[in-house]
Ligand binder design. Structure first.
Ligand code: NAD
Length: 435
């Protein structure tokens, strides 16, 4: 039979057409993965296996809108890899969700779980929608139908979603309830980031920002910097950015600028982060109109003369266009993929220490893992226990990445990839390829 050759030729996953012509997040992931693969002298077959998403699900989600019209949304779930365990990853709702982005985010989850040593593979999901223009009822119906369409994908032993941009505890509760209705029992381990009463974990909501803080402190120690003498700018004031800002302020750092979609807010004497969180909470989760600060643009915020910069909004914020203007000594990536590969090179030559996303924002998935463990045991931990275990895992991961980077004389980002790819490749070798 002659078709065998063709099958093998097509075995590397390729998109039918490029989705974006600028820095594509999946390509950004592959560029870093390539460097790690070279350092590790990864077998070409393993390379192909590890770069290829294991499953890509695309689903149409019909929703009856409040005015009676039916609107069909497009939803995705990409399972990148399941070698270390069931896949895990957030779901985002946004108008610019696209398959390339979801694929990149799914792959980052694989590496992130490996970096912090939690027994999960990587996945990510998303729906193209504008939740700001939708009523809670419309969002609930869309979430429930997406979950129903994904019944064969999700599961506590298969694939476990979590919140991401524009999804939250409520979204997770709807997913858990819909899944539970289908399996005829309450199955709370199917999602993480749930409300505490439904099997959520103490500390999960703050976990990503807390991990950013822990990594930033660890980096400061390495560089001989003191939190109380440091200034910080944070891009993005949602779950990750606001908590990271608040916890760094608690450590004595001066938060001089934060931003959200409404723009940037600057005060050289230090912003009152808690007051800003309260303001955002009572103004539709927006800082628009916040009084005690000077306005700056998001672009200006990134290039302020600060010690620490925390990009905690979205991808592709630090690029070849602005990287040489960045003055921060430490860049702690709260967001996924905020720095492009070209910007990485510029930042490195300027001496900035970048704590890469797959390490810096791994606190969320770490406490998600704790939540899943607690749900499966039916035994729930105190906040103190969660935070102590999180801090320990994040510190260990930071040190491991820092030392790997040092050993290979590469950036912490490449160090993190080397560590992660090595672990997943080892697990794959031990498991072998199922015939
Ligand atoms: P969120 O929706 O709570 O907050 C996002 C924030 O970014 C909002 O304040 C929004 O106004 C702001 N923003 C959006 N576009 C912006 C722009 N162009 N300039 C400035 N600000 C902008 O989302 P989140 O959960 O905080 O996630 C933020 C990032 O962190 C995402 O990249 C996400 O993938 C990543 N992340 C989140 C978690 C988590 O546990 N929530 C875990 C790991 C990584």
């Amino acid at each position: 039979m002659s078709f065998e050759g063709d099958i093998y030729k097509q075995s590397v996953y390729r998109e039918p057409a490029p989705i974006r012509d600028h820095d594509n997040p999946f390509q950004s992931m592959v560029e870093r993965f390539d460097i790690a693969a070279k350092i590790l002298e990864l077998d070409p077959g393993f390379y192909e296996y590890l770069v290829t998403p294991s499953r890509v699900h695309i689903t149409a989600i019909p929703v009856t809108m409040d005015d009676g019209r039916i609107k069909v949304f497009e939803g995705y779930r990409v399972i990148h890899n399941e070698v270390l365990g069931p896949s895990k990853g957030g779901i985002r709702y946004a108008p610019d969700v696209n398959l390339d982005e979801v694929k990149a985010l799914a792959a980052w989850m694989t590496w992130k779980c490996a970096v912090v040593n939690v027994p999960f593979g990587g996945a990510k999901g998303g729906i193209i929608c504008n939740p700001r223009d939708m009523s809670p009822g419309e969002i609930e119906r869309m979430t429930r139908r997406y979950t129903a369409n994904m019944m064969d994908v999700f599961g506590p032993e298969r694939d476990i979603p979590a919140p991401d941009m524009n999804t939250n505890e409520q979204t997770m509760a709807w997913i858990m309830d819909t899944y539970s209705m289908h399996v005829h029992r309450t199955e709370n381990a199917v999602v993480t980031g749930k409300p505490i009463l439904l099997g959520g974990s103490h500390g999960r909501r703050e976990a990503t920002g807390r991990g950013v803080m822990t990594c930033t402190l660890a980096a400061m120690e390495r560089l001989g910097m003191r939190p109380a003498q440091s200034t910080v700018a944070v891009q993005g004031f949602g779950n990750v950015g606001s908590i990271a800002a608040q916890l760094l302020a608690e450590q004595g750092a001066r938060i001089v600028a934060v931003s959200d979609v409404s723009g940037g807010y600057y005060n050289p004497n230090g912003l009152d982060v808690t007051a800003m969180m309260e303001y955002a909470e009572s103004h539709g989760r927006s800082l628009e109109g916040y009084p005690n600060a000077e306005p700056v643009t998001n672009e200006e915020l990134l290039t302020l003369d600060v010690d620490v910069l925390v990009p905690a909004a979205k991808e592709d914020q630090i690029t070849a266009r602005n990287a040489d203007k960045i003055k921060a000594k430490i860049i702690a990536e709260g967001a996924n993929g905020p720095t492009t590969p070209k910007a990485d090179d510029i930042l490195r030559s300027n001496g900035a220490l970048v704590i890469p996303d797959i390490l810096a924002n791994a606190g969320g998935v770490t406490v998600s893992y704790f939540e899943w463990v607690q749900d499966r045991q039916g035994y729930f931990w105190t906040l103190d226990r969660v935070n102590r275990r999180l801090d320990r895992l994040m510190r260990n991961a930071f040190n491991h990445v820092y030392e790997t980077a040092d050993q290979h004389d590469v950036t912490m980002r490449i160090g993190a990839y080397v560590l992660a790819v090595q672990k997943v490749a080892y697990a794959l070798r031990m498991r072998g390829i199922y015939a």
